[in-house]
Write a protein that binds this ligand. Structure first.
Ligand SMILES: C[S@@+](CC[C@H](N)C(=O)[O-])C[C@H]1O[C@@H](n2cnc3c(N)ncnc32)[C@H](O)[C@@H]1O
Length: 230
C-alpha cells in the first residue's frame, strides 16, 4: 500500500486551504476558533499557537483583543516564529495559554511536545489541543482507501492519556456534524491537496461523482474535539 508523506501538504499554504475549505459545507458549522476563544477566557499573558497553519486562530484571538503568536515548523505557515513543537523556543511560563490545534498527530515525539506545551504556559494557564476522532470523515478517507494516510490516528480524541501525563485536568469538548457537498469541485481540490498517486486521485474523483449522482451530494461526518488541559 503506498504511503503519503505526513508533511506533503505544508510546503505551501494552498493544500491546507483546500482541506479547510471543505468545512464550508459543514451543516451547523462548528466555529472552532470561537470555541477556542471561549475556552481560553482571559489568559494572563500571550497565547502561543503552536502549528498555527493558515493563522486563523491567531487572527481571531488578535481580533478579540488577545496577544497571540503563531509558531510553525513550515516556513510557508510560520506567522511569527518558525520552530518545532518538540523544542519550543520560548522561556518557561512565558505564555498565558497555548494552542495546539490539529497538529499533535504530526509531531515526532508526542509526549515531549505535550511537555513543552505545559512548560511554556504559566501555572493556571490552559493548553487547548484539538483533533479528530478515529471515525472522523470516514467516507471521505474511503475515497483513497488504497493509500495509507493514517497520520491522524496518531493522536485522536481517544488519546487523552498522553495529555494526562503532563496535566492534572483534561476536559474534552466534542462536536459531531454532517458535511454535505453537492458538487464535486471542493472534493477534487481536497483530493489534489493530499498528494496522492495519480491513479488513486482519479479513482477518488470517480467515487465522488458516483456518490453525488446516486444521492445528490457527497456526505461525510466530522467528529472533532478540543481538549482543555490545566
Ligand atoms: C493540520 S495543520 C493545522 C493548522 C492549524 N493549527 C489549524 O488548526 O488549522 C498542522 C500544522 O502543524 C504544523 N506542524 C507539523 N509538525 C509541526 C511541528 N513539529 N512543530 C510545529 N509545527 C508543526 C504544520 O506545518 C501545519 O501548519
Amino acid at each position: 500500500m503506498p504511503t503519503v508523506s505526513d508533511m506533503t501538504g505544508y510546503v505551501s499554504r494552498q493544500p491546507l486551504g483546500a482541506r479547510v475549505s471543505l468545512y464550508d459545507f459543514q451543516v451547523d458549522r462548528v466555529d472552532l476558533a470561537g470555541e477556542a476563544l471561549r475556552l481560553l477566557g482571559t489568559p494572563a499573558g500571550p497565547v502561543l499557537d503552536v502549528g498555527c497553519g493558515l493563522g486563523q486562530y491567531v487572527d481571531r484571538l488578535t481580533a478579540a483583543g488577545l496577544t497571540a503568536f503563531g509558531l510553525d515548523e513550515s516556513a510557508a505557515m510560520a506567522r511569527h516564529v518558525r520552530g518545532d513543537a518538540g523544542a519550543l523556543p520560548v522561556a518557561d511560563g512565558a505564555c498565558g495559554a497555548a494552542l495546539a490545534m490539529h497538529m499533535l498527530y504530526h509531531v515526532a515525539d508526542l509526549a515531549a511536545a505535550v511537555r513543552e506545551l505545559r512548560r511554556v504556559v504559566r501555572p493556571g494557564g490552559v493548553v487547548l489541543a484539538s483533533t479528530n476522532d478515529l471515525d472522523d470523515k470516514s467516507s471521505l478517507y474511503a475515497l483513497f482507501e488504497e493509500v495509507d494516510f493514517g497520520i491522524a490516528a496518531r493522536f485522536t480524541l481517544a488519546d487523552d492519556a498522553v495529555l494526562r501525563e503532563s496535566f492534572d485536568e483534561v476536559v474534552l469538548h466534542r462536536w459531531v456534524r454532517e458535511i454535505v457537498v453537492p458538487v464535486p469541485e471542493p472534493l477534487d481540490a481536497y483530493l489534489a491537496s493530499v498528494g496522492l498517486p495519480r491513479e488513486i486521485e482519479q479513482l477518488g474523483r470517480q467515487r465522488v461523482r458516483a456518490a453525488i449522482e446516486a444521492s445528490g451530494a457527497f456526505r461525510t461526518t466530522s467528529v472533532v474535539g478540543i481538549f482543555a488541559c490545566r
